[in-house]
Design a protein around this ligand. Structure first.
Ligand code: DQA
Length: 152
């Protein structure tokens, strides 16, 4: 991997409403604020990011498939699809890119159905409960993983 590693950051349903949506759980930071801080941090780490959000499972799966030949890693907040989507898990397994799963909230502290994640089975790490900072932590983890692999 000679050039800057490319990371696809995917956001699932309702995350376009961040800032307005249940701020007592998800905070006041908007998705565009998160995108801006990811871009800034990625640049400092020497990563290139593609930041996307969709409310559609099919669109998310399409982006995962495209990533197979165009990206080096995936950071995903699958939102509600975390707990329901075998199809997103299979897509991530199929493209076999290093994946980090993130959640703004601590899903283990919430309703029982949020304690189940299909995506965790195919992620090398899971970050939850740190709010928007979780995206930055995921970029750090991804940079470390990709750079270590490059040096190995
Ligand atoms: C979430 C947690 C999910 O359970 C929920 O459906 C979301 C957001 C989070 O970032 O905390 O939409 O992924």
């Amino acid at each position: 991997m000679a050039s800057a590693p490319k990371i696809l950051i995917l956001n699932g349903p309702n995350l376009n409403l961040l800032g307005l949506r249940e701020p007592h759980i998800y905070g006041h930071t908007t998705l565009s604020d998160i995108e801006a801080s990811c871009r800034q941090h990625a640049e400092a780490l020497g990563l290139v990011v593609d930041f996307q959000q969709s409310n559609s499972e099919s669109t998310l799966i399409g982006w995962i498939h495209e990533a197979r030949t165009s990206q080096d890693g995936i950071i995903i907040n699958p939102a509600a699809y975390t707990h329901t989507s075998v199809a997103i898990m299979d897509a991530l397994k199929g493209v076999a890119l290093p994946t980090v799963e993130i959640h703004l909230s601590n899903t283990h502290q919430r309703e029982d159905f949020r304690k189940v994640s299909y995506v965790s089975q195919v992620a090398f790490g899971v970050i939850c409960g740190f709010g928007a900072q979780g995206y930055i932590m995921a970029l750090d983890a991804m940079a470390k993983k990709l750079i270590n692999e490059q040096e190995a």
